[in-house]
Each structure stands twice: as structure tokens, then as C-alpha cells.
Design a protein around this ligand. Structure first.
Ligand SMILES: NC(=O)c1ccc[n+]([C@@H]2O[C@H](COP(=O)([O-])OP(=O)(O)OC[C@H]3O[C@@H](n4cnc5c(N)ncnc54)[C@H](O)[C@@H]3O)[C@@H](O)[C@H]2O)c1
Ligand SMILES: O=P(O)(O)OC[C@H](O)CO
Length: 329
């Protein structure tokens, strides 16, 4: 199987950065963007003025507002916000090209992981997941980055890796598709919690404690849903958790900082153009954890803050007054 022409669905920061990677070496890459202003600024100025304004784009990246234009792509990177993925996949032209899901989240209405959504909507297409510690602006600027590419078929994985990898964008293969997705979805919720710690001035010990205990929650949830431990300790799990929990470059962490400063979630979410996926993942993750009998108190605290059903001081009090337990229980 030869993969030359890559399509990218989603002209936000991450879709644009991935289009830049796919266009390395001057190979034509077609980016579908929902906003006509994004299509226009990429084609006319080589810039995505709305979502990634600081990085000049390769002339091999071409933008379109028509999903039908992706019909003859050999592979399609899907980079919409998680809650819109089903609708956009359903609107894609009839293609059996591999779909590489690059979004991080869980579908709120169904509780399904995104690769399950993709299999349901596009049963003929092979599905892969690309995830890991990746701030879009750094990838687009060519800074060194490593990711997990998870796909059931190792031959397809190798073909996709060989087409997409460049020296500064290292791709590690895995066949643990669910595991790669779970790390990326859960870390966004935990990053909100770490932002709250900063916003409320709780200190760096507290942030490290949240990363450690948050990782315990990610591990419990992941193992219950069939993820492998080495996936959760790898790039798409612990690697991404560390990145997102320690930088205001993260939209999720920044949202948490605002919550920690006592600003209401509704105010912080209003008029947001960019997506903080953890805000949509938290309620469905809490629901799934309860349904599976998995203890996830940090996730529950973030959900309560976002829903406005508890204050920062109340969730802090609840977390600190939990009965002592074994670290490994
Ligand atoms: N930005 C990053 O550094 C980064 C890195 C890795 C993964 N991701 C993931 O990639 C996904 C996309 O994030 P992003 O950062 O590229 O987005 P963004 O925040 O830069 O932009 C928002 C995106 O949402 C799209 N959108 C809004 N309403 C829509 C609708 N109704 N239907 C379809 N699309 C709609 C916009 O067109 C735009 O592409 C998210 O799941 C995110 O977690 C982002
Ligand atoms: O800005 P965030 O919080 O969506 O994080 C971006 C990436 O997922 C980091 O890997």
C-alpha cells in the first residue's frame, strides 16, 4: 500500500500542525477547515490566522472547505474536537482510506472511545490513533516531539509511520488502540485539576501529588477498559500527563487555573474559540468510572467544579479528608 496524498480533517491548531508535518519534503497535503477564514488565510498567506497564527506554513499545505475534496486521499488524519467527530466522519466522502484519529476525548452522549465511534460510522476504513505529548505550536515549528501511533495491523502501522515520521517527529508504533486513546482523554481532565492547584496557590508538592494520584486513576480506568500498563506509562499516557499538567500552554491547564482563581466555569467556557477537551470528557469519564465501579476522586472533583456543584475549597476538603489507604490499592 502506498500512501502519498494525506488529507487532514480539522483546521484547528493541531490539524494545522499535523498538516505541516505531512507536507514535509514538499508533499501535497489537503487540509479541510470548517471556517472559510481559515481556508482563505492558509491558501492566500500560508498562515492559519485563527488557530495557529505564529507559524508560517509550507506551500505544500493546501486548504479546502469541501470535505468531498478529500475523496482521493490515501490516508486521512481526523483532528476535530471529540464531540464533533461522529458528525464529521459521517460527512466524509465514501472512502476506505485509513483514518488516523488525532483528537483526545470520549464521546459524551454515547460514552464511547473515538475509535469505536469511527468503526461504527466508517466500518470499511482501517482506524489508527495518534497520541502523545504534543503542543501544536512546537510541532508546527519543527521542535523535537515523539508520539504513539496505535493500530491493530502492524503492516499498516509501519506504512503510516514511514509516510508521516520526520526526524523531529518520532513515531513509536503500538497495537494498543484503546490504551493510546484512554491516556490522551484522561490526562486532559487531570490537567484541569493541576491548573486549579496553580490558580488556588496550593504549591508544587500538591501539583506533583495530583500527577501521581491522577496517574493512579488513569491506570485503574485504563486497565479496567483493557489498556496495557506499558501504554499507560508511555508517551500517550504518563508522557502526555506530565506535559499537560505543567504548562500554561495547555488549554486544559489554563482552564483549571481560572477555576482555581474562583472564576465560574460558564464564564471561562463562554466565547472560547479553542477547545479544552477535558471540560467535555470530565462528565462522561465520571459516569463511566461510576458504571465500572472505579474510584476516580480527582476526576469527580473536576466534574463538580465544572458543573458548579462544589467550590474549590469544598473539593479540596473532600479530597484531603478521604480515609487513608494503601498507595497501590
Ligand atoms: N492543540 C494541540 O496542541 C493539540 C495536540 C494534540 C491533540 N489535540 C486534540 O486535537 C483536537 C482538535 O484540537 P485543536 O487544538 O486542533 O483545536 P483548536 O482549539 O485549535 O480549534 C478548535 C477546532 O474546533 C473546530 N470546531 C468547532 N466547532 C466545530 C463543529 N461543529 N464541527 C467540527 N469542528 C468544529 C474548529 O473548526 C477548530 O478546528 C482536540 O481533540 C485536541 O484535544 C490538540
Ligand atoms: O492544550 P491542551 O490542554 O489541549 O493540550 C494539548 C495536547 O493534548 C498536549 O499533548
Amino acid at each position: 500500500m502506498s500512501i502519498e496524498r494525506i488529507g487532514v480533517v480539522g483546521g484547528g491548531a493541531w490539524g494545522t500542525a499535523l498538516a505541516q508535518v505531512a507536507a514535509a519534503g514538499g508533499r501535497e497535503t489537503l487540509l479541510w477547515a470548517r471556517e472559510p477564514a481559515v481556508v482563505e488565510s492558509i491558501n492566500a498567506e500560508r498562515l492559519n490566522r485563527l488557530f495557529l497564527p505564529a507559524v508560517p506554513l509550507s506551500s505544500a499545505v493546501r486548504a479546502t472547505g469541501e470535505l468531498a475534496a478529500l475523496a482521493d486521499c490515501d490516508a486521512v488524519l481526523v483532528v476535530t474536537p471529540a464531540q464533533h467527530m461522529r458528525a464529521v466522519l459521517a460527512a466524509l466522502p465514501d472512502t476506505t482510506a485509513p483514518l488516523i484519529l488525532c483528537s483526545k476525548g470520549i464521546e459524551e452522549a454515547s460514552g464511547r472511545l473515538l475509535h469505536d465511534v469511527a468503526h461504527e460510522v466508517r466500518p470499511q476504513a482501517p482506524v489508527a490513533v495518534l497520541s502523545g505529548p504534543t503542543f501544536a505550536h512546537e510541532v508546527a515549528a519543527g521542535l523535537p516531539t515523539a508520539v504513539t501511533l496505535a493500530v491493530a495491523d502492524p503492516a499498516l502501522g509501519a506504512t503510516l509511520r514511514d509516510r508521516l515520521a520526520v526526524p523531529a517527529f518520532r513515531i513509536y508504533l503500538s497495537d494498543d488502540v484503546a490504551g493510546a486513546e484512554i491516556g490522551g482523554a484522561v490526562k486532559n481532565v487531570l490537567a484541569i485539576a493541576c491548573g486549579v492547584v496553580e490558580g488556588r496557590g496550593l504549591g508544587q508538592n500538591a501539583r506533583a501529588a495530583l500527577i501521581g494520584r491522577g496517574f493512579a486513576e488513569m491506570t485503574r480506568f485504563g486497565l479496567a477498559l483493557g489498556a496495557r500498563p506499558e501504554t499507560l506509562t508511555g508517551l500517550s499516557g504518563l508522557g502526555d500527563l506530565v506535559l499537560t499538567c505543567s504548562s500554561t500552554s495547555s488549554r486544559n491547564y489554563s482552564l483549571g487555573v481560572g477555576l482555581g482563581q474562583g472564576r465560574p466555569a460558564a464564564e471561562l467556557m463562554a466565547d472560547r474559540r479553542t477547545v479544552a477537551e477535558g471540560a467535555f470528557t470530565a462528565p462522561v469519564l465520571k459516569r463511566l468510572a461510576e458504571a465500572h465501579g472505579i474510584d476516580m476522586p480527582i476526576v469527580a472533583a473536576v466534574e463538580a467544579l465544572l458543573a458548579g456543584s462544589a467550590s474549590v475549597d469544598q473539593v479540596l476538603e473532600a479530597l484531603l479528608s478521604r480515609p487513608p489507604r494503601s498507595e497501590h490499592a
